[in-house]
Design a protein around this ligand. Structure first.
Ligand code: DHE
Length: 534
């Protein structure tokens, strides 16, 4: 099995290398084969997420040679080095890449983009590994811990998931999840964590084992960001879906063995201009509570797909017109409405998953980035939801209770100015808490990106800043998650020698620093993730 996996990886590299000679655009700076290989890897790691593998643009602008050749090496290098106010990080200045690499990337992107190879289900099966067969897995937990309050913490650069006991704050195990793991989701029963890496590798972690253990893995594509399980009654833990960036497709896997069952391309025409797009990537995915369906943001074409998994041999897909560049999103408090951010169109799109149609669309601030978003009760407007933004310091709040408060539903009711700058990535609420939390991860001001802001939901607009990074640290802080009881908030200090800081949600005081974590980013509480509580 290992040999087959290696064969597939090396085939992928050979195709990329071979493509280099075909990709030299007329008048573009020349790159050696070694430079091409290195630049291809850096582009995959740092650039493709925002600009697209084919460089057609999405969260970031298009980087086609027609434009980049005009800009020239010097200007491009300056942008890569210093970043932009629109949210592009200062890759050179921050030390993420070296000065020589900023020059290499400036030259690389003046050449033609190369389409990486496709991936068939046969190739996926070659990478499939069952580490603990389903029949050998325990029928009940082999430990006495409160596993529904476990947290899975992504140790991004270590390629591991730290499983932490939320009661004792003890790191129980670190599980190998693979290159640049992006997020975790819980299976419907909560028994399994599913990890998805940027490299399309899926990992299934069984929390019933004495120590949480990886029980199966499979690689479903070259690049991915999202995964979810089948949560509807009667289908609990039966299927998993992986949303890929490249090739642009989704894959249905067996929920217990990870055997690939179905692959469906997302290529097609944009919803508005009916222009063919070769790279419509799958961004956020949620699992409907009203029918056996997954809800998928198809980024570049602007559709929201409802994928019916009740009979995967006769897969039904409904395509709802949304807005282009759909990225992240999450549920309202009732789990009926999916609220999706079309970040480059400054727009939120609301899907009613009971009626299976779009019921709202409105503009917010520059580049909304809610993560899964937040839901709370506003003293004036009743149940509301909100988003923070990458592009400006703003919290947009809209009514999300069409039954009780129809006059405010799907309309922005508050635009709360945040401290100067931009670069918020995530926000978090919990039905039992009176607080709403947000980060400032990509802000340029150190004090801001090392702190989080917390708002008392009964005093809209009054925010308090809490410093999270320890003294002397250069880290940015990112992503909040509540514990099962909703009385603690966990926040990551994102650096090599990183930590997760646990805040008492009542006193707003730091309760514990969980150290020994390598570049912790997202963290996911089992109970809250399986029930979509936020
Ligand atoms: Fe993420 C969620 C894509 C960069 C941490 N990220 C998501 C989702 C998407 C996405 C589509 C929604 C998944 C879902 O709900 O099903 N992320 C991308 C990118 O394309 C982007 C902008 C660039 C890239 O190259 O990947 C990107 N993301 C980052 C980061 O740099 C972060 C901060 C750290 C990392 O992983 O490198 C990061 N993204 C996260 C986290 C979530 C996430 C923690 C889940 C939030 C949640 O609470 O559910």
């Amino acid at each position: 099995m290992r040999g087959k996996h290696a064969y597939w990886i090396s085939l992928f590299s050979i195709v990329l290398l071979f493509s280099s000679s075909a990709a030299m655009a007329a008048g573009a700076p020349k790159l050696t084969k070694d430079e091409w290989k290195k630049a291809t890897q850096i582009y995959f790691d740092r650039c493709a997420g925002c600009h697209g593998t084919l460089r057609k643009g999405a969260t970031g602008p298009n980087l086609k040679p027609k434009k980049t050749l005009e800009m020239g090496t010097e200007t491009l290098q300056e942008i890569i080095n210093e970043g932009t106010p629109g949210g592009m990080p200062n890759f050179g200045e921050s030390g993420m890449i070296t000065k020589a690499e900023t020059n290499l990337m400036a030259r690389f992107i003046q050449n033609k983009p190369v389409a990486p190879p496709e991936m068939s289900i046969g190739q996926m099966k070659m990478t499939h590994k069952i580490i603990v067969p389903v029949k050998n897995r325990p029928s009940k937990p082999l430990h006495k811990r409160n596993w529904q309050n476990f947290f899975g913490v992504v140790e991004r650069d270590a390629g591991k998931i730290a499983i932490i006991d939320g009661d004792t704050k003890e790191i129980i195990n670190k599980v190998d999840s693979g290159y640049a793991t992006h997020i975790l989701r819980s299976s419907a029963t909560g028994r399994y964590f599913v990890s998805i890496g940027r490299d399309g590798k899926v990992g299934l972690i069984d929390l019933f084992m004495k120590k949480p253990t990886l029980v199966a893995t499979v690689k479903t594509c070259a690049e991915a960001r999202s995964v979810d399980s089948s949560k509807f009654h009667g289908f609990e833990d039966k299927w998993l879906i992986v949303g890929c960036y490249w090739p642009p497709h989704f894959v249905v896997l067996d929920g217990l063995s990870l055997e690939p069952k179905k692959v469906v391309s997302t290529r097609g025409y944009t919803y508005d201009t009916f222009t063919y797009h070769a790279e419509p990537r799958v961004a956020a995915i949620v699992s409907s509570h009203y029918s056996p369906e997954w809800v998928l943001n198809i980024k570049e074409t602007g559709y929201i797909w409802l994928v019916d998994y009740s009979n995967i041999d006769n897969l039904k897909i409904s395509m709802i017109e949304g807005e282009r560049f759909l990225h992240d999103g999450g549920w309202d408090a009732t789990h009926r409405y999916f609220m999706a951010a079309a970040n480059m169109r400054d727009t939120m799109v609301i899907i009613d998953t009971k009626e299976r149609k779009k019921v709202g669309q409105f503009t917010v601030g520059t580049k909304p980035h809610p993560g899964r978003g937040g839901n709370w009760i506003d003293p004036k407007y009743g149940p509301v939801s909100g988003t923070v933004h990458i592009g400006e310091g703003l919290l947009s709040v809209w009514g999300s209770d069409p039954k009780g408060h129809p006059q405010y539903a799907w309309k922005v009711v508050r635009s709360i100015e945040l401290p100067p700058g931009s670069g918020s990535l995530f926000m978090k609420t919990h039905p039992k808490s009176k607080h709403m939390w947000l980060d400032f991860t990509l802000n340029t001001d150190k004090e801001s990106y090392q702190s989080v802001q917390v708002m008392d939901i009964n005093k809209p607009g009054v925010l308090k800043s809490i410093k999270i990074a320890p003294k002397g640290s250069k880290a940015r802080v990112v992503h909040m998650e509540y514990n099962k009881a909703g009385d603690e908030v966990w926040i990551s200090v994102w650096e090599k020698d990183g930590q997760v800081v646990v805040i008492d949600d009542k006193t707003l005081k730091i309760k514990k620093r969980i150290t020994g974590l390598v570049t912790p980013t997202g963290k996911f509480n089992v109970y809250n993730t399986m029930h979509d509580i936020y």
